[in-house]
Design a protein around this ligand. Structure first.
Ligand code: FMN
Length: 368
């Protein structure tokens, strides 16, 4: 069995959390893992930046493992199988970007010399980020234009990762633009160089996030390689997952935007796929976590768990600001939500944020 497949229970769909800069923080990854994400991945971190960051002082906050929430009673039921043990069982990876093979090798050595990061199961290489800051260095999605370099990067990264008993996965797009779609070729190249799984976001780099993900192209990647292919792009419902699997034969799914403000999505998808594990069924019975009946109090507790874990890591002032964009996604989908989204942008303290969230929970309770 392939090293990536070995991370997951057999006969369970692989539904991972896609990396998202600014959102897939340790706190959010911990919540996603708790609520059933098969795996989680950090946001993209510069391989070269790590090599200049002795002691990983600046990078550690991004590279850190998913938070475990062992001290949050709400997230610790059933008592015998608490959040910390669930989260610790979920594999997680670190995503690196760069354009120089030696940077990846050096960064991987530094990462796995750091005690806190030794629970990471794999290193994911970003070949899909289209933002100019990354692409202008020839990194991220720009690599799709240079398959040979993609291969050299994976070779160097794989050699380093295997010294530490870890493996490499790669995340690609379809190509630079419609005229140069080459995802099957890039996938073949990185697998020959040692990648053990490939995630394909079915858009070209120049599309950024516009238009629709072109799922049939994922089938072409699947046909080209013999390691797991994780399909990505526009997945929201269990019906989407089923449709993507039927159209592409993909081996798993990565969910990005739809999970923002809703880490429980992974549990909802599993339930809707009728593939809940016993443990998740038990959680469902508690009613607290049932997707349609989530109490306002439980919803509040999830937001506060993320807020408090972020404060613990970054301190109150920084955490309160950085949580704003995430909280804006929680504060959606009920009458008057826009008012709370604008209110939550203002407080500079935990108490101030919690007051807004409590009002939002009260208002949501009246309408649900
Ligand atoms: C705000 C934001 C940040 C992202 N950051 C990353 C990143 O750090 N690394 C990466 O590989 N992809 C990143 N992505 C892309 C997502 O992982 C994913 O490929 C894309 O959003 C399509 O999946 P979705 O339709 O499920 O969101 C980001 C996407 C968004 C919206």
């Amino acid at each position: 069995m392939n090293a990536f497949n070995r991370l997951f229970p057999e006969n369970e769909p692989v539904i991972g959390l896609a990396p998202m800069a600014g959102f897939t923080t340790p706190a959010f990854r911990g919540l996603a893992a708790h609520f059933g994400a098969s795996y989680t991945v950090t946001e993209l971190v510069s391989a070269r930046g790590i090599t200049y960051d002795r002691g990983l002082c600046r990078s550690l906050r991004y590279l850190a493992p998913p938070d475990t929430f062992s001290h949050v009673p709400f997230l610790n039921f059933p008592a015998s199988d608490n959040a910390a043990s669930i989260i610790n069982k979920r594999p997680w990876g670190i995503q690196l970007f760069g354009s120089v093979p030696a940077d990846f090798a050096a960064a991987i050595d530094l990462i796995f010399e750091e005690t806190q990061l030794q629970t990471a199961a794999f290193v994911d290489i970003n070949m899909g980020c289209p933002v100019p800051k990354v692409a202008k260095e020839g990194a991220g999605a720009a690599l799709m234009g240079n398959p040979l370099l993609c291969g050299r990067i994976v070779e160097a990264a794989e050699r380093a990762a295997s010294r530490h008993g870890r493996f490499i996965t790669v995340k690609i797009r379809l190509g630079l633009d419609q005229a140069s779609i080459n995802a099957p070729l890039v996938a073949k190249t990185v697998v020959s160089a040692g990648a053990t799984a490939v995630t394909c976001h079915a858009r070209t780099a120049d599309q950024f996030y516009s238009g629709y993900a072109d799922w049939p192209r994922i089938a072409q990647v699947k046909d080209a390689i013999d390691v797991p292919v994780i399909g990505n792009g526009d997945l929201v419902t269990a019906g989407d997952l089923i449709k993507m699997r039927n159209e592409t034969g993909c081996d798993g799914f990565a969910i990005g935007r739809a999970s923002r403000g809703n880490p429980r999505l992974f549990m909802t998808l599993r339930r809707d796929l009728n593939l809940c594990s016993d443990q998740e069924s038990r959680q469902d019975e508690s009613t607290v976590l049932d997707s349609n009946r989530l109490s306002a109090e439980a919803w509040l507790q999830i937001m506060m768990a993320q807020l408090d874990a972020t404060i613990e890591r970054l301190g109150e002032a920084v955490a309160v600001r950085e949580m704003r964009s995430s909280l804006a996604f929680y504060l959606k989908g009920f009458p008057g939500a826009a008012t709370f989204r604008s209110r939550v942008m203002k407080p500079e303290t935990r108490d101030g944020v919690v007051a807004v969230l409590r009002d939002a929970a009260d208002s949501r309770a009246k309408h649900m």
